[in-house]
Design a protein around this ligand. Sequence first.
Ligand SMILES: [Mg+2]
Length: 371
Amino acid sequence: MKIKQIEVFAINLPLIKPFVISYATYPNMPSIIVKLTTECGLIGWGESVPDDHVTGETPEATFAVIKNTLAPILIGQNPMQFEKIHELMDAAVKDVPAAKAAIDIACFDVVGKKLSVPVYQLIGGRYHEKFPVTHVLSIDEPEKMADEAEQCVELGYSSFKMKVGRDVAGDVKRIKAVRNRVGDEIAIRVDVNQGWKNSANTLQALRQLESIGLDWLEQPVVADDIDAMVEIKLKTATPVMIDEGIRNVRDMREIIAKRAADKVNIKLMKCGGIYPAMKLANMAEMAGIECQIGSMVESSIGSAAGFHVAFSKKIITSVELTGPLKFSKDVGDLKESYMIPYIQLNELPGLGVDVNERILAELTQYSEVVQ
Ligand SMILES: [Mg+2]
């Protein structure tokens, strides 16, 4: 099997309501879709949702690097050779993990279709039958976040991820408001997205939160400050998760060596796709660090890729891939797999996503074909 053609689409995914986190507000999500066609006529879909603050890539740069650098060297290559595909991409350009993830995901999709198996079958087989779906609360006024949480509990949700990171005092109020409203049985995870900057602010917050019973605290300090995470982990009973601070195997090696986290949030867009994500999960497993598979708010394509990784590994104990629930229009049909409060993957070949090319065309701002 050989890659014959790669099409790249720059699209805008319309959000039902703006997504607000500590460092940005997104009215809609720019995404780069890849359509890979083989000489035998099979099609694989991939997606890249770069994040300038996390992966250091913009959508425009991602489109350009796929079209000008990655796609041309992959025409004629065998998409079944995952290790070699990554070697070629890494030799052509350093980093750009989100761009590489789009190609990686499209290769896994097409190989699954070629072998008539779901992607999870290519990476260990299905381990989890279903995962709870966590609702993500954007940063807002404390009572507004509590209102939304209450409505979600009525819909059946049993866990929340609260986005905070504006200021310690306000954030503590937000967290307490949600806990007071939903009661003690509901799981609350808090993602600071680096907003508390350093260990002093974080420990000040944690002293006020120890009795709240948080599942975990995610990325309170700036991404590169692994030593601050070590200090926080030593001084609190609340489990700590690293997200922006773990991108690739080098980061994971440092986190393991310094015992800097109880949990890590692996995202395909940070590490370069399904194949590198499996390496990170294996490293974490060796060190006894539990993993979550998260996302950059991706369409059905990227989200499905994350789910296939999550469903195949025991050490992956939570998922946070709710993009398809946040869009008013999506290029694929993964939304049908969400049965709140759970998600259950289908057993179709490849990613198991039916891509609607009419909607893709509608959302496309510009596109290019590489042959
Ligand atoms: Mg996070």
